[in-house]
Write a protein that binds this ligand. Structure first.
Ligand SMILES: Cc1cc2nc3c(=O)[nH]c(=O)nc-3n(C[C@H](O)[C@H](O)[C@H](O)COP(=O)(O)OP(=O)(O)OC[C@H]3O[C@@H](n4cnc5c(N)ncnc54)[C@H](O)[C@@H]3O)c2cc1C
Length: 474
């Protein structure tokens, strides 16, 4: 690694390589802190050209590569692999172009999601996908995980907003797919790359679609005496073909944690659940949708329906939701954020099931989730120093996924598969499906050095044959 570090320094400068064990500590995992692998070397290119030159050096020595944005992923996607090098986009933070007339922006992959919104906001445009981690996560990470967010209920997940990419492949070739066209000519390689979790190459530049900022926005907070009423309201709003822009549920434990934290939003502590609803559009559309939603909420025994009076109150209500995962740090040292999708007609039944699964294992559960998308996030509060508790958390996580898939749902709504859910891929896909995925992966990276051991089960891709033996993540 020493020889490699000095070669890489020739490309990216002294500050572009980290090999001091103390400074490497923050790279040992992403947000899935129960799975850690020591990072040996981190390289931070500043441009596509620097990234390509680094990749050629790593290719010569056949070194595995793990791409990393901000490390906010929750499935172990950016966790290092033994004998590998982490390539971080933390120094690729430039917004290269904002075209207000043609409504697109071109950014380096390490641009933080919220910084892009700031860059286009004054021109009446916005980048719609808004993960709750948007203060930290990068556009490159969003692309790799096809990330969602509260407003993706209306606008769709990241893949709907990516017009072009510049990529560096495992062997240091640059592929320019950056033409900002809505209907790609030939194979949709951009569409294929989105959601590939760092296994196809490194995105260095991203061209994104921008949408107009809505003229009128209304935010409602519906307060419920039980979680069932909140779930049923969402089911009925969807069934009524109404189109709010966001539908988010928070349960009692989450409300308590938020209200004790710096994100306090004025959520009522006596509630068992709150449903945060945003409606946007032109004035008459917002008024009629809001009226119909209110009627549905009233039919589900809401304790109260509040309306934010101004932009400050709207921001405050959203700050509580977006800070909810962070606030859970008040409840326990660690948080395991499960991520599953369920049919929205079965929200109540499956949320209840997650509560039961955790209660049976004596685990503390908080629910906060993108209810409109049927995207559950059972958040299990635990302490990773307690081995038995970790075992129960993993067992509950597996059972929750199994239950959701059996009910017609899916393994991940937005966090990706990473290290965490490789085994569960077999719940959803046949050996033939997985084999097809492996073949696609081989086209991009025949040596399987990009984020090896992630996304597809090891045996399905035959990586055991090609990779040197290593212990699994601890
Ligand atoms: C508090 C909190 C709230 C969250 N809320 C949401 C939410 O609402 N919606 C949601 O979808 N997710 C959410 N997440 C998960 C996470 O923030 C997203 O998955 C995010 O997109 C990860 O971005 P990142 O820059 O941190 O990527 P990382 O965690 O660094 O990497 C994620 C994956 O992308 C790959 N990767 C990173 N950069 C590149 C690149 N340039 N080219 C190729 N591959 C790359 C990595 O190898 C890894 O597989 C949340 C996480 C936290 C901690």
């Amino acid at each position: 690694m020493k020889r490699l570090a000095s070669k890489l320094r020739e490309v990216v400068g002294a500050r572009g390589v980290i090999d001091d064990p103390t400074l490497l500590l923050p790279y040992e995992s992403d947000g899935l802190a129960m799975m850690q692998v020591d990072a040996e070397l981190v390289v931070l290119p500043r441009t596509t050209d620097e990234a390509a030159r680094c990749f050629r050096i790593l290719h010569a020595d056949k070194v595995p590569i793990v791409a990393r944005g901000a490390g906010t992923g929750l499935a172990g996607g950016a966790t290092p692999v033994e004998g590998g090098v982490v390539v971080s986009t933390a120094r690729m933070r430039d917004v290269l172009e904002v075209d207000f007339e043609d409504r697109f922006a071109r950014v380096q992959a390490g641009v933080v999601n919220v910084d892009l919104s700031h860059a286009c906001g004054q021109g009446g445009l916005m980048y719609a996908p808004d993960p709750s981690s948007q203060m930290a996560c990068t556009i490159g990470g969003n692309v790799a995980n096809n990330s969602g967010g509260p407003h993706c209920f209306k606008y769709g997940a990241t893949t709907r907003h990516i017009l072009g990419l510049v990529l560096v492949t495992h062997d240091g070739r640059v592929i320019d797919l950056s033409e900002p066209v809505v209907d790609p000519v030939g194979y949709d390689l951009v569409g294929l790359f989105v959601g590939s979790e760092g296994t196809f190459g490194l995105a260095t530049e991203v061209t994104v679609r921008l949408v107009p900022t809505p003229p009128v926005v209304e935010v409602l907070l519906a307060i419920f005496p039980d979680l069932d009423g909140a779930c049923d309201s969402v089911t009925d709003i969807i069934a009524a073909r109404l189109e709010p822009s966001a539908l988010e549920i928070l349960d009692r434990l989450t409300i308590e944690a938020v209200e004790k934290s710096v994100f306090a939003a004025g959520y009522p502590r006596e509630a068992e659940a709150v449903l945060l609803i945003e409606v946007e559009g032109v004035e008459c559309e917002v008024a009629s949708t809001t009226r119909e939603i209110r009627a549905i909420l009233e039919g589900h025994a809401t304790l109260e329906i509040r309306t934010a009076r101004d932009a400050r109150e709207r921001r405050q209500l959203w700050a509580g939701r977006k800070g909810a995962f962070g606030a859970m740090g008040r409840v326990a040292p660690d948080l395991y954020v499960a991520d599953a999708v369920v049919p929205r007609t079965k929200l109540r039944e499956l949320v209840r099931k997650t509560v039961e699964i955790c209660a049976e294992r004596d685990l503390l559960l908080a629910n906060v989730f993108h209810a409109g998308d049927g995207n559950l996030h059972p958040n299990i509060c635990y302490d990773r120093r307690d081995a038995d508790e970790v075992k129960r958390v993993l067992e509950a996580g597996h059972l929750i996924l199994e239950t959701c898939v059996a009910a017609g749902g899916s393994l991940t709504g937005e966090h990706g598969v990473g290290l965490e859910k490789r085994a569960e891929m077999e719940l959803l896909f046949t050996p033939s499906d997985l084999d097809t995925m492996c073949r696609v992966r081989d086209v991009w990276d025949p040596e399987r050095r990009m984020n090896p051991d992630k996304l597809v089960p090891l045996h399905a891709c035959g990586e055991l044959r090609t990779m040197p033996p290593r212990e699994d993540a601890r």
